[in-house]
Design a protein around this ligand. Structure first.
Ligand code: NAD
Length: 476
């Protein structure tokens, strides 16, 4: 999606990187080492389908190995190309550093329209692609651990894990070769919704800081805020659902590939999702107004704009017309470098992709740790925690009765206090903590350095600083 005068996605990432390193004190050699993509492997493989051989092209790019394994999703889309995969791999390096997951950055992609093939065909294609990557250690628990991205999900990750285990029958850590697996196949509770949940936690943290809200000209809480979401896939659906059902946001428009739905009173996200799953499209949904060309709705009045579909959708051609004072980049690279400059001049606050959508890699990290430790989180502690809480409640009730104090603990309090943390509760707690801590690291730079006037540059400074430290400690 490159327009005249607009840098490519890869160039955009590098330009944003350059803007940040100009404000840092790195040697030119180290700066260049961090910027470049270490390697990109291209594979072309054939699969016999529908009576003939189909040839597919796939990529696995490794941007930085300052920490291993390297981590990053696998995308299935016809638009996948080397430039895009390398840009996404670079973003993974910075994202992992920002949220302190101990990984380098990588990304993969396959040029395919996943909707053009049935499930069995997709399994054959995925297993063959995985085979090509596994035999070169480009999928490996200690070296390179993929995850879902656009066009892939739990199903594909389960096939990849199984393929790895078939080829490495004695590797006891085989399940850790990929994350985003379904819970019954070595996954973790809370991974499917993790990226959308992370977007929600990012916004909650932003709204805890009055100075930050003021920079976007916003005040109050999330309750009642008008939100426009582009892309009702894994990330957009979960973010919109949680923000509307739990934080009281009003989702006034949903922009999809084949049109958009809008309603100023707010849309019912779960209802729309169910319609999409049944009909394969948002078209015909009865409870909202529909427009065939949804893209202009990116420019509609709202408080928060969440692009959660693909890169480059806010570009030099439409940036000046964007009315949202706050943009949350749930997708990777939705705002081009040129658009970013225009929006900054307008005073729009952008919560950058490398932070906003880091919930996915954060919970992937928890899944990888779970796979390596071979035990579900909470299994050892949960009942011990409950027993200690019960001891306290019983002692309070005994004291109240003995002393005639007449205290009674409400049943609701007792139930909540007496319930130990299961895996889902621990995953949410770890994710919330990660999103808060990373936001605070970014905002500290944003607010303390005069020359830094946006969160993206702040995010790059924090993460590049950490990657640089890591390279220095290796003697580079
Ligand atoms: P997905 O395939 O589940 O959903 C993408 C959605 O966008 C689909 O509903 C699709 O119909 C819609 N879409 C496609 N083209 C569109 C267009 N031109 N206009 C409007 N909508 C369009 O993908 P996803 O996993 O939700 O990923 C979305 C974005 O989030 C990508 O940029 C991805 O890199 C990023 N991301 C995903 C994860 C993850 O855990 N899945 C993690 C981090 C970042």
């Amino acid at each position: 999606m490159i327009r005249d005068g607009e840098p490519s996605f890869r160039e955009s990432v590098d330009l944003m990187f350059n803007r940040a390193v100009r404000l840092m004190d790195l040697s030119p050699g180290l700066e260049q080492k961090i910027r470049v993509c270490n390697s990109t492997y291209t594979v072309r493989f054939g699969v016999r389908l529908r009576g003939k051989i189909e040839t597919f092209t796939g990529y696995r790019s490794v941007h930085s190995e300052h920490m291993e394994p390297v981590k990053g999703g696998i995308r299935y889309a016809l638009s996948v190309n080397q430039n895009e995969v390398e840009a996404l791999a670079a973003l993974m390096t910075y994202k992992c550093a920002l949220v302190e997951t101990p990984f380098g950055g990588s990304k993969g992609g396959l040029c395919i329209d996943p909707r053009a093939w049935d499930e069995h065909e997709l399994e054959l294609i995925t297993r063959r692609f995985a085979y090509e990557l596994i035999k070169r250690d480009l999928i490996h628990p200690a070296q390179n651990v993929p995850a879902p991205d656009m066009g892939t999900g739990e199903r594909e990750m389960a096939w990849i894990a199984d393929q790895y285990k078939r080829m490495n029958t004695t590797d006891i850590n085989g399940n850790a070769c990929v994350t985003g697996k379904p819970p019954h196949a070595g996954g973790i509770q809370g991974r499917v919704e993790a990226t959308g949940r992370g977007v929600q936690y990012a916004l909650q943290e932003f709204f805890r800081h009055p100075e930050d809200k003021a920079k976007a000209g916003l005040s109050g809480g999330l309750d009642g805020k008008r939100v426009i979401v582009q892309g009702l896939g894994n990330v957009g659906y979960h973010a919109a659902k949680f923000l509307s059902e739990e934080d009281g946001c009003r989702i006034t428009a949903v922009i999809e590939r084949d049109g958009a739905l809008h309603n100023d009173a707010g849309l019912n996200i779960e209802d729309i999702r169910q319609w999409m799953l049944k009909q394969g499209s948002i078209k015909g949904y009865p409870s909202a107004a529909f427009v065939e060309d949804g893209t202009p709705l990116l420019e509609a009045e709202c408080d928060i704009l969440i692009p959660a579909a693909l890169e480059g959708v806010i570009h030099m051609g439409n940036a000046a017309r964007i009315k949202a004072p706050l943009i949350v980049e749930a997708a990777n690279g939705p705002v081009t470098f040129g658009a970013d400059e225009i929006l900054r001049e307008k005073g729009v606050v952008i919560i950058p992709d490398m932070y906003a959508n880091a919930g996915g890699v954060t919970v992937s990290y928890f899944e990888w740790v779970k796979n390596l430790s071979h035990i579900r989180f909470g299994r050892m502690q949960r009942r011990a925690e409950e027993a200690r809480s019960r001891l306290l409640v019983e002692e309070l009730e005994r004291l109240s009765a003995d002393q005639g104090l007449g205290w009674t603990l409400s049943p609701d309090f007792k139930e909540k206090f007496l319930t130990g943390s299961d895996e889902l509760a621990l995953v949410r707690s770890g994710l919330d903590d990660t999103m808060r801590t990373a936001y605070q690291a970014m905002r500290a730079v944003w607010h303390t350095r005069d020359e830094v006037d946006d969160l993206r540059t702040a995010a790059y400074i924090v993460s590049i600083g950490r990657v640089a430290q890591s390279y220095r400690s290796k003697g580079l």
